[in-house]
Ligand binder design. Structure first.
Ligand SMILES: Nc1ncnc2c1ncn2[C@@H]1O[C@H](COP(=O)(O)OP(=O)(O)OP(=O)(O)O)[C@@H](O)[C@H]1O
Ligand SMILES: [Mg+2]
Length: 608
């Protein structure tokens, strides 16, 4: 049998390796920006065309390269940043693998112009699919300009996998922001298709956050500072009065690098335990400076994963630092929040958690179409629900006066003419749960989740008809969004209008909400819209993401949260009827359990 193994041609090997480092235009952007920073630049320009599919250019005023280095830098494992294995544990630069440029050059056409400050004349290198096409001396400014054209031109499969312009541009903006947030002393600009998206002057760390994320953070972020023998922590975190429904504005950096370390993210979030409602998230921009010998960055080519030597210790210090800063800078804010933050009956016992804000509700509130809710025309699953009421003959008929008094439960009674009245009573527990008697025992319903299911299906139905009617706001609301969010909202305007949100772009990142979905109040609408935007930002492909489902879910959960109140028996019955006429009465639109039946056996077992 002949030998089967062959060495791959270098061009193929390069393409395979490139796939690890450069997955999409934003990966190339990240690598080029990091190189510019490592080169000591203090002015960095990023120019993009067609979301990076046709052009990515990074121009810096850093150290530049000699003609020899300008050619060598495209070789695999060519780096000026480390020289020996030991250097891996003393990394102070963002790059060190000597792979990025080789990878970019393997899958695109690159033009590099570079000149060292001390040289009179610069050099131009043209390279295409790893092959040197030309090198010649040229006049150019000191620093480097990398111009990357037609990324993946020779890897059609990869190119076909690229997402829409809006999605790819969002990724680019994300990478740009992650780098720009770390280096406020560097001037950055980002131009897309001739339009300036960012023009960031030299600034302080706080100003840089605001330049990028928007003014709304100015009054809600507080500084975090801590220094121990092995870690220095600095940055900003949000006051507990500000929180998001999904993890959005969360940035953790280690030695100048944006990192994703769920363990440490958890440490920060846990500092907010008891201070913000469950299921919501703080915003933070926190930097850890650690001796490079105590971390390993070389786990993944994208370098966003890092291993620490003293992970547990860092967890504890980080949590304490965040907790301290929230306490120091915002406790007075929380106490001023009095009604909303109901700190018990005025006294907070040691160790007792602060309760989340009370939910305001309007007892006369009409969810979308009140008549819909009450009449419940489609009795699709009503029979199912009624089946649950059919009592077995052996249910004790004797009524316990006490029980009836306190619970209003009337499991089964006989009317004067001896007919069985199959009517069950309802009991509301702490405004949150509803209990009713069913054939096999009792049914426990989570009221908020029941509303979620009902509203969710109402919304979907409205979408299918002619969209959700919009009501004009007398005092239009302004919202300020980040750059990535603004791109998304502009793209989504027509769909948002179908959902009842009429939005206009006032200036760059400021939008005005002229109309909100009928039946919602301004606060609910604003909260829903912000959450919808956050959810959509997380979606890989906004065009394919079914925005109807995402919005219906968000709007339904927001409305339901604001809907808890004491219910009359009749209302509890209507709620249950309506729930059982939905397509899925037992599961909420976010996949949680709405109801459980507790059987008589279980109750007996419990009371043994
Ligand atoms: N903008 C720049 N200005 C000056 N020198 C640069 C610039 N970009 C790259 N270089 C030089 O080219 C070399 C190769 O860059 P490349 O990005 O491929 O590798 P790296 O940055 O060393 O490591 P990594 O692959 O981890 O990014 C760098 O080590 C640096 O010497
Ligand atoms: Mg690099």
């Amino acid at each position: 049998m002949p030998d089967l193994i062959q060495l791959l041609p270098e061009s193929v090997a390069n393409q395979i390796a490139a796939g690890e480092v450069i997955q999409r235009p934003s990966s190339a952007v990240k690598e080029l920006l990091e190189n510019a920073i490592d080169a000591g630049a203090n002015v960095i320009q990023l120019i993009i065309k067609d979301a990076g599919k046709t052009l990515i250019q990074v121009v810096d005023n850093g150290c530049g390269m000699s003609p020899m280095d300008a050619r060598l830098c495209f070789e695999r494992h060519a780096t000026s940043k480390i020289h020996q294995a030991n250097d891996l544990f003393a990394i102070r630069t963002l790059g060190f693998r000597g792979e990025a440029l080789a990878s970019i050059a393997a899958i695109s056409q690159v033009e590099l112009r570079t000149r060292r400050h001390e040289d009179e004349i610069g050099t131009q290198v043209l390279i295409e699919g790893s092959e040197l096409i030309n090198q010649q001396p040229i006049q150019c400014s000191a620093g480097s300009s990398f111009l990357v054209k037609n990324l993946f031109y020779n890897v059609p499969a990869r190119r076909a996998f690229l997402k829409s312009e809006a999605v790819e541009m969002r990724h680019i903006i994300e990478e740009f922001e992650r780098v720009a947030l770390v280096f406020p002393e560097i001037q950055f600009s980002l131009i897309h298709n001739g339009r300036t998206i960012f023009q960031l002057g030299k600034s302080s760390p706080r100003q840089r956050i605001i330049q990028i994320m928007g003014n709304h953070l100015n009054s809600v972020i507080v500084p975090v500072e801590e220094q121990t023998d092995f870690v220095k922590i600095h940055g900003f975190t949000s006051k507990p009065e500000y929180f998001k429904k999904v993890r959005g504005e969360q940035y953790l950096f280690t030695n100048g690098r944006f990192v994703k370390i769920p363990y440490l993210q958890h440490s920060i979030e846990s500092a907010y335990e008891g201070l913000i409602p469950q299921g919501s998230f703080p915003s933070y921009f926190i930097h850890l400076e650690i001796d490079p010998s105590k971390i390993d960055v070389n786990i993944h080519p994208s370098k966003t994963e890092i291993k620490f030597l003293n992970e547990n210790l860092i967890y504890a210090v980080l949590k304490a630092a965040v907790r301290k800063s929230i306490g120091q800078f915002s406790l007075s804010g929380i106490i001023n929040f009095d009604e909303e933050w109901a700190l018990g009956d005025g006294e907070l016992k040691p160790g007792e958690a602060i309760k989340p804000p009370k939910i305001q509700f309007n007892p006369h509130y009409n969810p979308f179409q009140p008549q819909n809710f009450q009449s419940s025309p489609e009795k699709r699953n009503l029979q199912n629900w009624q089946k649950l009421y059919e009592f077995p003959e052996n249910v004790p008929k004797k009524k316990d006066e006490n029980l009836i008094e306190t619970t209003h439960l009337r499991p089964i009674e006989e009317s004067e003419n001896g007919e069985k009245i199959r009517e069950s009573g309802f009991l509301q527990v702490h405004q949150k749960y509803l209990i009713t008697v069913v054939k096999s025992g009792m049914m426990l319903i989570d009221i908020e989740k029941a509303y979620q299911r009902i509203f969710y299906e109402d919304f979907l139905q409205s979408f299918e008809k002619e969209g959700i009617p919009s009501q004009q706001e007398i005092f239009p609301l302004n919202i300020h969004l980040g750059q990535a969010e603004s791109v998304l909202v502009n793209q989504m305007k027509p769909t948002l209008a179908l959902m009842g949100f009429n939005i206009d772009n006032l200036s760059n990142n400021t939008f005005v909400i002229q109309g909100i979905p009928n039946g919602m109040d301004a606060t609910e609408a604003k909260e829903s819209l912000e959450t919808i935007i956050e959810h959509l930002l997380k979606e890989e492909d906004t065009e394919k993401a079914d925005i109807r489902f995402i919005s219906a879910k968000t709007m339904a959960t927001t409305l339901a949260r604001h809907h808890l109140r004491p219910l009359k028996e009749e209302e509890m019955r209507e709620l249950t009827d309506k729930l059982f006429s939905t397509t899925m009465p037992s599961i909420s639109p976010i996949g949680e359990t709405i109801l459980k039946i507790i059987t008589l056996e279980t109750i007996e077992e419990l009371l043994k």
